[in-house]
Design a protein around this ligand. Structure first.
Ligand code: ADP
Length: 342
């Protein structure tokens, strides 16, 4: 990736709230016009990272370059280029027309204002005649989110950061917001970074998926993180107990590490138990989802083992041979030696 291709370059970022470190990123590069998905459990730092990318907050330590330049939080130059849409949209206490036209009026860019507001509303499936004079409080949650999206897209942002944009909206609004996000990249060349629990959507549109866990990034894509607590069983094995009685065997932790990952390419699926061995994990689970990945031609498969999800990629032949489908009970297998400590 050359410097000219980069939207963002983050280096040695640490962010604290009080004494608690919530982000720790050595390096992150995000390409212009790309769609990056941030995936991780609640509290893993996704919103904080998005606020830093929006220059709405300054990192406690480290540097964020935007198109090769240092930028400053809240500078007006950057605010017109980078925009963040959160789960709870912020609307001005004015009409819908005023909400959408506001940014353009500030920029004194008001040629054909009515036509542009109309188009912006249409882009998120809202009818101009019906909505232009409505007040901000006369909208459903999904409509409010769509208005907030339209108010951002009318400014033709270079970067659109979405923090759980469809988490609390109706299905129709979610569909329209998803479509408008994709249009932004296609029509405006916008760079998108999206945090969402809607994995199906993220897999289908993102160029790259980054897993986040406890403020750290795993940019190899979605990996399976095995979380604490662990118990020492003997000098060669630690274990993680699942609430349903199953155990995961792990190698002893490397110094200064506290989380373990098993990469998706090291996880296998079967229908029958193999003979027990000290180094093989065999966990009973159920297929939760199967999604076709255009990029690889493989099927991204999620298997839940009690309350933990594992992902792995399967090829279509394997799926046919084992007659796999969502809901099917399977056995996940991975070798203890393939688990890495991070
Ligand atoms: P996510 O978006 O993945 O749920 P967040 O970035 O919201 O994660 O939170 C990361 C961690 O930072 C969490 O432990 C959260 O409780 C904490 N946190 C977030 N915002 C604040 C804040 N303003 N003050 C103190 N702690 C915060």
């Amino acid at each position: 990736m050359t410097i000219r291709e980069l939207a963002y370059h983050l280096k040695d970022i640490c962010h604290y709230y009080g004494n608690t470190k919530v982000l720790d990123i050595d390096e992150l590069k995000i390409k212009k016009r790309s769609i990056t998905a941030l995936i991780g459990p609640n509290g893993s730092g996704k919103s904080t990272l998005l606020k830093l990318l929006a220059f709405a907050q300054k990192p406690t330590q480290g540097q964020i370059l935007y198109k090769g330049r240092k930028e400053y939080p809240f500078s007006s130059g950057i605010r017109s280029k980078i925009t963040l849409l959160t789960q709870k949209p912020y609307l001005l206490k004015r009409t819908i027309f005023e909400n959408i036209a506001y940014g353009l009026k500030i920029r004194k860019d008001t040629d054909n204002l009515e036509k542009r507001v109309k188009e912006a509303l249409l882009n998120v499936g809202l009818d101009y005649e019906k909505f232009e004079n409505r007040k901000w409080h006369e909208l459903s949650g999904g409509e409010a989110q769509r208005v907030a999206m339209a108010a951002r897209l009318i400014l033709k942002p270079e970067v659109l950061l979405l923090d759980e944009p469809v988490a609390s909206v109706d299905t129709k609004s979610a569909k329209l917001i998803r479509r408008a996000s994709l249009n932004a990249r296609q029509e405006l060349g916008t760079t998108l970074v999206i945090a969402s629990h809607d994995l199906q959507w993220l897999y289908s549109i993102s160029d790259r998926q980054i897993s986040m866990f406890k403020g750290q990034l795993f940019s190899t894509g979605i990996e399976n993180i095995i979380t604490q607590p662990f118990e020492k069983q003997n000098s060669k094995t630690h274990i993680k107990r699942l609430d349903d009685g199953q155990i995961i065997k792990l190698p002893p932790p490397a110094p200064k590490t506290c989380n373990a990952i098993i990469r998706k390419k090291k996880v296998f699926i079967g229908l029958e138990q193999q003979e027990e061995s000290a180094s093989l994990n065999q966990l009973y689970g159920q297929i939760a989802s199967m999604l076709f990945e255009k990029k690889t031609g493989l099927i991204m498969t999620t298997v839940t083992v009690h309350d933990t999800s594992f992902v792995l990629r399967l090829n279509p032949d394997e799926i046919t041979n084992l007659e796999l489908h969502p809901g099917k009970k399977v056995i996940l297998k991975f070798d203890i030696h393939d688990i890495e400590w991070i």
